[in-house]
Design a binder for this molecule. Structure first.
Ligand SMILES: C[S@@+](CC[C@H](N)C(=O)[O-])C[C@H]1O[C@@H](n2cnc3c(N)ncnc32)[C@H](O)[C@@H]1O
Length: 161
């Protein structure tokens, strides 16, 4: 894993955090966050991108993560504690509703998650609901360039790989 992430962050990250990373790119290569930004990471997994974001927004900023999986949330909380980060919160979600009021965030990020959503249009509506005016969405993901064979498209195993 490198993906143009800051080498110092990778060097200082606990090995179990790097092993749990399952992003598909680097959402911060699109633009750096600004000090003081309020940031939401959709599908925060074990928290690597939250740690990167926290470093960029500094103590006046805040990083919020949401994830569908309790196990990933527990890992993310543990990793944030190991990294001595305090300007964060993480919430478990069990739907694609984002549990924040409208116009809360300067930036929404996501890494390899939106492709997993069965309700992409709804998820994008939710993202733009919680973004402040002039805020931005910066995400990396995988896209299909051609239709999948029906057997693959209907396979939960293939969907999760
Ligand atoms: C491919 S992993 C990426 C994790 C993390 N972004 C990273 O870079 O390591 C997908 C994560 O998104 C979560 N997830 C999938 N769909 C989601 C949704 N609609 N809302 C929140 N989390 C979701 C999964 O539980 C999993 O932790």
């Amino acid at each position: 894993m490198a993906l143009n992430y800051d080498k110092a962050i990778i060097a200082n990250a606990p090995p179990e955090l790097l092993e749990s990373f399952c992003g598909v790119g680097n959402p911060f290569s699109i633009a750096k966050l600004s000090p003081g930004d309020q940031v939401l990471d959709i599908g925060c997994g074990a928290g690597f991108d939250m740690i990167v974001a926290s470093e960029q927004v500094g103590k006046k900023g805040k990083v919020c993560g949401i994830d569908l999986t309790e196990d990933m949330i527990n890992r993310a909380r543990k990793n944030m504690a190991l990294a001595a980060i305090t300007n964060f919160e993480i919430h478990h979600v069990d739907t694609e509703e984002i549990p924040y009021p409208e116009q809360t965030f300067d930036v929404v990020t996501s890494n390899g998650v939106i492709n997993l959503s069965p309700q992409k249009e709804h998820l994008f509506k939710e993202i733009f609901r919680v973004l402040k005016p002039g805020g931005r969405l910066q995400f990396v993901d995988i896209v299909l360039k051609k239709e999948l064979p029906a057997s693959l498209a209907a396979s939960p195993d293939a969907w999760s790989q």
